[in-house]
Design a protein around this ligand. Structure first.
Ligand code: SF4
Length: 889
C-alpha cells in the first residue's frame, strides 16, 4: 500500500489515468472535474455495489470510510491511502464467512469476468465457487400471495384522549410537553370521523410551522384509526426525501409485521420499480458494453432489495450515473408494456407485490400524483384512497395541475404508437405490440381480433422513428406529424418570450388560428378517432370475457386480461383528452381550460413539440376525482396559507367545488427565530451582473466556511456562477456541488451535502423544499434574486383569472413569491439548535414580500460587505461556543 501523496495538475492526472486504471470514487464525477469525459478506472463505488448491494453509502471518501468502519481521512492528502484501505476492506469481505450478501456473488462474477469488468480479476481469487449451485436472483425472490378482499372499514370516532395517549407513546415524551402537537393531532383525528353525507368528506387544512412535530401528529390518529377500523390511511408526499423520512418514522407507529403482513407499504408509480422481465432481457444480451455490467450489479441489488424501488428506494441513486446511460430507466416498466400474468416473473414481480401489499396495508406512503391517479383509475376499489393525509400539502395544486392535464406531443404520440404496434425497426429487447400481448384473446374472439387489427392499422397514422428530424426539415409523415409541424412553425412565428436566442422552450397561446391550421388539426382529430374507436371496442370485449369467460380463462389469464383492460382504459382516456383538445381549436374558447402550443428545448436543442391543455383550476377535477369519493382528507404543510390569510389555501384545496368549508388549523413554529436566524437582503449586487453574482456567492460561502445552500431560478445562471467559483472554493477546502452540473442524482447530492459540513450545494426548484438538513451542515441559504414566477401562458391566464376575482395580478404573483421564500427559508432552521442566515441578493426586494418570513425573524437590508461580516461573525461565534468548556455560557 503506497502512503505517500503528491499533488498533481489536471493534465498529469489525466495522463496517469489514461495509462493505468486508477483507484477512484465516482469516475464520472472525477471525469467532469478534470474535464476529461473518457476517464475510467477501478471505481470503488462499483465494487461496493457488488459486495454490499442495497446498502446505503454516501459516495465520498468520508462516506465510504463510515460505511466500512475505517477512520475518515483528516485531510485531502489522506484520501489516496483511504481508497487503498477501502479497496482492501471490500475485497477482504469476500473471504469472510459472515459476508451477508455472498449468495449469488459467484454466479454474477462469472458473467462479469466475461464482460471484463475491471474488478473481476481482483475478485476471482477471493470468491470461492459454492459447493451447491447458488440460488440465483429469480429463484431467490419470494412469491407474493393472493389475499382475500378486505371488508369495509368499521365506522370509528377517535376520542381526544386516545389520540393523546397514542401520540405520547410515539414521541416517548410526556403527553403534556408539546401542547401544540397534541392540538394538531386532535385536529387530524377529525379527518377520520364517519362521513355525514355523500360527496361531503371531512376536509382539514392544517398549517404546522417547522418543528411542530407534524409527522407523529398525524401518524398518531392515523395509526389508531387504521387499527380500530381495519381500513387504510394514505399519506401522500410530494418529495422523495419526505417519503424516505416517513418510512423511517412510521416504524414507531406500526409494528414491522401484523398477521404476517407489513402494515406499512410504500407505493410509487410503476415506472419507479424494477421490471424483472426487462432485467432478464438485459442479462441475456439485451444490454451491451458497460450497460451489461450495470445489469449485473442491478441483479445483485434486486436479490437483496427491500421492495425493488429503483428511484429513491434502496438502489443507490449514484449507481445509474456511474454508467452514464439511461440504463436504469430501461430496466423499469416505463412504457406500460407489462404482460401481467403472461410474464414468467409475475408471481415475483415487485410492482404486483407492492400493489397487493398496499390493498392490505394499514398505512400506504405514496406521492400526490399516484394518489390522484389511483383515485381516478385504481384497478379495484380496495386500491382507491378514501382517507388521505397530503403532507407537503402546498404542492397538491401543482400535482393536480400536471395529473389532470393533456399533452398531445411528438414524444407522447410515438409512445402510444409503440404500445399499439410494438417494435418496428431492428430493435432489441422484448417489447411487443398489442396483438402479440393479446394473441390468445384475438385467436379466440373474432371481434376482439378485428379491433386489435384496426387499432394497429390506425396507429400507423401516429408519428414514427425520426419524427422530430422530419418535422424540422419540413417533411412530416402522416396527419399527426403534419399537425406537429404546423404547431412548430406557428410557435416559432409567434413566440415573443425572448427565449429564441437563449435556447429555451418556446410557446404561444392557441388563438387566432388560420383555416389551414384548423384543417390540419381536423385531419389529426379524425386519425385519433380512428384509433380510439377500436380500442374502446376492444376494452368492451375484454370486459365481456372477464365477466363471462371461456373455460381456458384461468386465474392468471384473467389477471392478464384485467391488466390489459386497465392499460387500454387509460389510453382511451388519453386519446379522448387529445381529441377534445383538437375539437375546440378555432371554436370559442372554453373558460375552464388554457391551451397552448410549445417547442421544448434545452440548450438550444429541440426535444419535443406539441399542444397542451391545462385546467385553469386543476382543483376542479381534483375535487371530483379525489375529494368527492373520499371520506376524510387532510392537507398539511408548514407553508399552506399566506401569512394569516386562509383564502387561497381554501381555494387551492378544491373544497369549494363541493360546497365544503374545510376545518382550519394553524400552529406557529416553536423555534426562536429572533435568535436563531437572520434574513439579509443584499442591496449592492446588480441584477444581471453575473461576475458580481458569482463573486457574491463565492465570498458568502467562504465567510460561512461552506454549509451553504445556493438557490437559483435559472439553470443558466447556476452554471455560470458554479463555473466561476467551484475551483477556487475547492482549492480552499470548500467543496461545491451543483445540480445540473455534477453527474449525480439530486438525492445523492443532498446526502453528500448533509454529510460534509464544509460542502456547499447549488440547485434550483427541487432543492427549495426537498432538503431536510438539520444541524451545522446547513447554516446559510443564498437566493440569487426574488423568485418571480415564470411568465408562461398558463401563469398569465391564472393571474388574469385572479384579477377577475378581485385579487389583482400582482397579489397573485406576490402570493407565489412569498410561498417560495417561506419554503426556502424553511430549509434553514430544522431544529431548536439550528442557527443560520438567509441571504437574498436583490437590490430591489419589495417590502410587501417580507411577511413570507416567520414573525420575529430579524430582517436587514445591507451591503454585501456587511452581510459577509454578519455571516463570518456568527460562524466564528458558533465555533467559539463549540470550543468553550462545558458549564460556561
Ligand atoms: S409482471 Fe410486468 S412489470 Fe412485473 S416483471 Fe413481469 S413484465 Fe415486468
Amino acid at each position: 500500500m503506497a502512503d505517500s501523496t503528491r499533488g498533481v495538475g489536471k493534465g498529469e492526472a489525466i495522463v496517469a489515468a489514461a495509462d493505468t486504471p486508477l483507484l477512484m470514487i465516482n469516475a464520472p464525477l472525477v471525469a467532469s472535474r478534470l474535464g476529461y469525459p473518457d476517464l475510467s478506472g477501478l471505481d470503488l463505488l462499483e465494487l461496493y455495489a457488488f459486495i454490499h448491494p442495497a446498502r446505503f453509502v454516501v459516495p465520498t471518501p468520508k462516506g465510504l470510510a463510515h460505511a466500512l468502519g475505517l477512520d475518515e481521512p483528516v485531510a485531502d492528502d489522506k484520501v489516496p491511502l483511504l481508497l487503498q484501505e477501502a479497496a482492501e476492506a471490500l475485497l477482504a469481505t469476500c473471504e469472510r464467512t459472515d459476508w451477508a450478501e455472498r449468495e449469488g456473488a459467484w454466479t454474477a462474477l462469472q458473467s462479469l469476468v466475461r464482460m471484463r469488468w475491471p474488478w473481476s480479476t481482483l475478485l476471482t481469487p477471493r470468491i470461492k465457487k459454492p459447493e451447491k449451485a447458488e440460488r440465483w436472483l429469480f429463484a431467490r425472490l419470494p412469491e407474493w400471495e393472493e389475499a382475500p378482499e378486505r371488508p369495509q372499514p368499521a365506522q370509528v370516532t377517535l376520542s381526544d384522549q386516545a389520540i393523546a395517549t397514542r401520540l405520547a407513546e410515539l414521541t416517548g415524551a410526556g403527553a403534556e410537553t408539546r401542547p401544540t402537537q397534541r392540538e394538531y393531532a386532535r385536529e387530524t383525528g377529525r379527518t377520520f370521523a364517519p362521513r355525514g353525507a355523500l360527496r361531503q368528506p371531512h376536509v382539514v387544512l392544517a398549517q404546522a410551522g417547522t418543528g411542530t412535530g407534524k409527522t407523529f401528529g398525524y401518524l398518531a390518529p392515523a395509526s389508531l384509526w387504521a387499527e380500530q377500523s381495519g381500513g387504510t390511511v394514505w399519506v401522500s408526499t410530494f418529495t422523495k426525501a419526505l417519503q424516505r423520512q416517513l418510512r423511517r418514522e412510521s416504524r414507531r407507529a406500526f409494528p414491522a409485521e401484523r398477521n404476517g403482513k407489513p402494515p406499512v407499504v410504500v407505493r410509487k408509480g410503476r415506472e419507479n420499480y424494477l421490471c424483472l422481465l426487462n432485467l432478464e432481457d438485459a442479462l441475456q444480451g439485451g444490454f451491451g458494453g458497460r450497460a451489461a455490467i450495470l445489469a449485473q450489479l442491478v441483479a445483485r441489488w434486486a436479490a437483496y432489495s427491500q421492495d425493488g424501488d429503483m428511484i429513491g428506494g434502496d438502489l443507490p441513486g449514484w449507481l445509474g450515473t456511474l454508467f452514464r446511460k439511461r440504463g436504469i430507466a430501461a430496466l423499469t416498466d416505463q412504457r406500460g408494456e407489462c404482460v401481467y400474468a403472461g410474464c414468467p416473473h409475475y408471481r415475483k414481480c415487485f410492482i404486483e407485490r407492492a400493489s397487493r401489499a398496499s390493498a392490505q396495508a394499514e398505512l400506504v406512503i405514496a406521492n400526490h400524483a399516484l394518489v390522484m391517479v389511483n383515485a381516478a383509475r385504481g384497478r379495484d376499489p380496495a386500491q382507491r384512497p378514501t382517507r388521505i393525509v397530503f403532507d407537503e400539502g402546498h404542492h397538491v395544486f401543482e400535482a393536480a395541475d400536471s395529473t389532470f392535464s393533456s399533452a398531445l406531443t411528438g414524444a407522447e404520440t410515438i409512445e402510444l404508437r409503440r404500445w399499439v404496434i410494438g417494435p418496428e425497426a431492428k430493435s432489441r429487447g422484448r417489447r411487443r405490440g398489442l396483438s402479440a400481448r393479446l394473441a390468445d384473446v384475438t385467436s379466440y374472439d373474432e371481434e376482439g381480433g378485428r379491433a386489435v387489427e384496426q387499432a394497429r392499422h390506425a396507429a400507423e397514422a401516429l408519428p414514427s422513428e425520426g419524427w422530430l428530424a422530419r418535422i424540422v426539415e419540413g417533411t412530416p409523415l402522416g396527419p399527426i406529424e403534419d399537425l406537429l409541424s404546423a404547431a412548430r412553425a406557428l410557435t416559432y412565428a409567434r413566440d415573443e418570450s425572448g427565449g429564441q436566442d437563449a435556447g429555451y422552450a418556446l410557446e404561444t397561446e392557441v388563438a387566432q388560428l388560420d383555416g389551414a391550421f384548423i384543417e390540419v388539426a381536423g385531419r389529426a382529430q379524425e386519425a385519433l378517432e380512428s384509433l380510439r374507436k377500436p380500442l374502446v371496442r376492444l376494452g368492451l370485449r375484454l370486459e365481456a370475457l372477464i365477466e363471462d369467460g371461456p373455460d381456458w380463462l384461468d386465474g392468471p389469464a384473467r389477471a392478464r386480461i384485467e391488466g390489459a383492460r386497465g392499460a387500454i382504459g387509460w389510453r382511451t382516456d388519453l386519446l379522448a383528452g387529445w381529441i377534445a383538445l383538437l375539437a375546440r381549436l378555432g371554436g370559442p374558447g372554453d373558460p375552464d381550460f388554457v391551451d397552448w402550443l410549445s417547442v421544448e428545448r434545452s440548450d438550444g436543442r429541440e426535444w419535443d413539440v406539441g399542444l397542451h391543455r391545462h385546467y385553469l383550476d386543476p382543483m376542479k377535477p381534483f375535487a371530483e376525482t379525489v375529494l368527492a369519493p373520499a371520506h376524510g382528507v387532510m392537507m398539511t404543510s408548514a407553508t399552506l396559507r399566506d401569512g394569516d390569510d386562509w383564502d387561497s389555501a381554501v381555494q387551492r384545496s378544491g373544497a369549494p367545488h363541493l360546497d365544503l368549508a374545510p376545518r382550519l388549523f394553524a400552529a406557529d413554529s416553536p423555534f426562536d427565530y429572533a435568535n436563531q436566524a437572520e434574513v439579509l437582503i443584499v442591496t449592492d449586487v446588480a441584477k444581471g451582473d453575473i461576475p458580481g453574482l458569482a463573486a457574491a456567492y463565492g465570498r458568502l460561502i467562504e465567510a460561512s466556511g461552506g454549509g451553504a445552500l445556493g438557490l437559483f431560478t435559472a439553470i443558466r445562471r447556476l452554471r455560470a456562477v458554479y463555473g466561476r467559483i467551484a475551483d477556487r472554493l475547492a482549492r480552499g477546502g470548500l467543496p461545491l456541488f451543483a445540480q445540473h452540473v455534477d453527474p449525480i442524482d439530486t438525492g445523492t447530492l443532498v446526502d453528500i451535502f448533509r454529510d460534509d459540513p464544509r460542502a456547499s450545494l447549488l440547485g434550483t426548484d427541487a432543492l427549495r423544499d426537498g432538503v431536510d438538513v438539520p444541524g451545522h451542515s446547513l447554516r446559510l441559504v443564498i437566493m440569487e434574486q426574488v423568485p418571480w414566477p415564470k411568465p408562461s401562458i398558463l401563469h398569465r391566464a391564472r393571474r388574469l383569472a385572479n384579477h377577475g376575482k378581485g385579487g389583482g395580478g400582482q397579489a397573485y404573483d406576490d402570493r407565489i413569491i412569498r410561498a417560495r421564500l417561506a419554503q426556502a427559508f424553511g430549509r434553514l432552521i430544522r431544529s431548536a439548535d439550528d442557527k443560520g442566515h438567509f441571504v437574498v441578493l436583490s437590490s430591489a426586494f419589495p417590502s410587501r414580500l417580507l411577511s413570507a418570513f416567520p414573525p420575529g425573524t430579524p430582517i436587514r437590508r445591507v451591503t454585501l460587505d456587511a452581510a459577509l461580516q454578519s455571516v463570518a461573525a456568527s460562524v466564528s461565534g458558533a465555533e467559539a461556543a463549540a470550543k468553550r468548556p462545558e458549564g460556561i455560557s
